[in-house]
Design a protein around this ligand. Structure first.
Ligand code: FE
Length: 179
């Protein structure tokens, strides 16, 4: 940098960073995934399974993504416990329909196979999930469907929690959690 150029920057009121560290932004995967209420229908001890599909399933849905630390490291062995309403907007509180847990693989990936849940009164279409990295706190949150008309009517809806629908019936969502 010529001294003339440096002088011009000073005149312009711009402080020239003196070291590379002034440039270095900490690598971040964005803010942590926001928490949301558990709601009244969580049930512990769901079966371990990545597919909640039944033989008769209509409107199939695949949700996939990664669980990342705030520094963008994939987090392995994260427990993800999913539950959601059925095709009529009902939760199974007797058994475990549309309830199941799984763990992320070595690259922090998960894949849920299920159906598109129906709306129920007062709520946008959503999927509940609890996540927990080994020996860390539980994050309880919900996933939403982008562009769903119910989103606008639901005070709990957060655009940060809307999945990216890559093709119809396939959602993508990366979580950022304490790890
Ligand atoms: Fe719910």
């Amino acid at each position: 940098m010529t001294s003339q150029f440096r002088r011009r920057l000073v005149v312009a009121g711009l402080a020239w960073p003196l070291s590379r560290s002034a440039f270095a932004q900490p690598l971040t995967c964005g803010t942590a995934t926001p928490p949301e209420t558990e709601g009244p229908f969580f049930k512990p001890r769901s079966p371990r399974r990545a597919s909640l599909l039944e033989a008769s399933a209509q409107s199939r849905l695949i949700v996939r993504g990664q669980v990342l630390s705030p520094e963008c490291r994939p987090v392995a062995n994260v427990l993800l416990d999913f539950w959601h309403a059925d095709e009529s907007g009902e939760y199974d509180n007797q058994g475990f329909r549309y309830r199941g847990h799984q763990f992320t693989d070595a690259e922090g990936r998960y894949r849920l196979e299920t159906i598109v849940p129906a709306e129920y009164p007062g709520r946008a279409r959503h999927i509940h999930v609890k996540l927990q990295a080994p020996k860390k706190n539980i994050l309880t949150t919900q996933l939403y469907f982008p562009g769903d008309p119910g989103n606008r009517r639901d005070a709990l809806y957060l655009p940060e929690l809307a999945m990216r629908m890559t093709v119809p019936g396939a959602g993508q969502f990366d979580f950022v959690i304490e790890a």
